[in-house]
Design a protein around this ligand. Structure first.
Ligand SMILES: Cc1cc2nc3c(=O)[nH]c(=O)nc-3n(C[C@H](O)[C@H](O)[C@H](O)COP(=O)(O)O)c2cc1C
Length: 327
């Protein structure tokens, strides 16, 4: 027995699970571990750094992995897309920005196009661009996102796709860290899930041990959406996006005081402190991207075990679903 969905069929996977393309955190080893376990791992192209990407594709070895970009940042350096497409990735994911300028090149290369959507407008834009897969990302997700809850966004996009683009697959993201989340996502109409925060607490994530420990130690109340981490790094994220992070001391000091943080002398001082703390694993004095799923994560495991466990748990739960139906 195994979970079988349109996603496992289309991408020839053993489990309907994608590993999120987490900028700087999701490197080649993590993506390869997810793919080797039977999911599909995506390297986090993030803001786009050619040397980093070349290195991480090398780290993935011969594993079949894809890659994801932050779309508004890719627009500043579009040549990076050709560089990655030349590696024939298993999929190319675009999040946070206009997808139309890049869709044709991805499709012409014969690479499946995955678009992450936070709203119905994003989903319609992705369909118009010819997306093969839409990732419906709820606000509980770690990292950048917007405000819609996955519990309504996933089925609403499922209904829309059934009418407008029945061949386009749907993947749910945000708050999924165990088999309950995967089983629920399939019930909401998704063909699979994309997981991020659960994989930050994996052996292969490119983070310091203090970061994994902070996620394991946090409950789901310990995160919030904010722009503080973008302001301190001088990253100009367009609306409606903010980042979900742990409520560290640094974040709580500046949340709601972003204008004061952006004042040049303050910014220079805080940026230096932030980077130093980040490099040293001083969690409290920096920003840690993580979602509400932190409250469901109680251990650090190899990514392959995480993927296999999620799938087995969901399979077991779905097998018991008849218990809710009276004779
Ligand atoms: C540490 C971290 C970094 C992320 N970086 C990116 C990124 O660079 N590009 C992207 O499309 N999504 C990024 N995301 C969001 C994921 O794609 C995904 O939507 C999210 O992790 C799903 O929610 P979850 O964290 O509850 O599993 C990131 C998430 C995390 C936790």
């Amino acid at each position: 027995m195994a979970l079988r969905t349109r996603l496992t069929d289309r991408f020839k996977l053993a489990h309907p699970i994608l590993g999120a393309p987490m900028g700087f955190v999701g490197g080649g080893r993590l993506a390869a571990a997810v793919s080797r376990a039977g999911g599909l791992g995506l390297i986090g192209g993030g803001y786009g750094d050619a040397a980093w990407l070349d290195h991480e594709f090398g780290e993935a070895g011969n594993a079949r992995v894809g890659c994801g970009f932050i779309t508004w940042s890719l627009a500043k350096n579009p040549a990076l897309l050709d560089r990655v497409l030349a590696r024939a990735p298993a999929a190319l994911m675009l999040s946070f920005g206009a997808v139309a300028p890049f869709a044709a090149a991805i499709k012409e290369a014969g690479v499946p196009l995955i678009c992450q959507a936070q709203t119905m407008a994003h989903a319609r834009e992705a369909v118009a661009a010819g997306a093969d897969v839409i990732v419906a990302q709820g606000a509980e997700a770690g990292g950048h996102g917007a405000s819609r809850a996955a519990l309504t966004l996933v089925p609403e996009i499922a209904d829309y796709l059934a009418e407008a683009a029945p061949d386009t697959l749907l993947v749910a993201a945000g708050g999924i860290a165990d088999g309950r989340g995967l089983a629920a996502a399939l019930m909401l109409g998704a063909d699979g899930v994309l997981i991020g925060t659960r994989l930050v607490a994996s052996s292969e994530a490119l983070v310091r041990p203090e970061v994994r420990d902070a996620i394991v130690g946090a409950d789901g109340d310990a995160t919030l959406r904010t722009s503080v981490v973008d302001v301190v790094r001088s990253l100009e994220w367009p609306p409606p996006f903010s980042g979900r992070v742990l409520k560290t001391r640094f974040v709580m000091d500046w949340h709601g005081r972003e204008q004061a943080l952006a004042e040049p002398a303050t910014l220079a001082r805080e940026n230096a402190r932030y980077r130093e703390a980040f490099a040293a694993g001083d969690v409290d004095n920096t920003g840690i991207f993580a979602g509400e799923a932190a409250g469901l994560i109680h251990d650090v495991k190899p990514a392959g075990e995480i993927v296999a466990r999620l799938s087995a748990e969901a399979e077991r739960l779905l097998g018991q679903a008849h218990a809710f139906v009276s004779a």
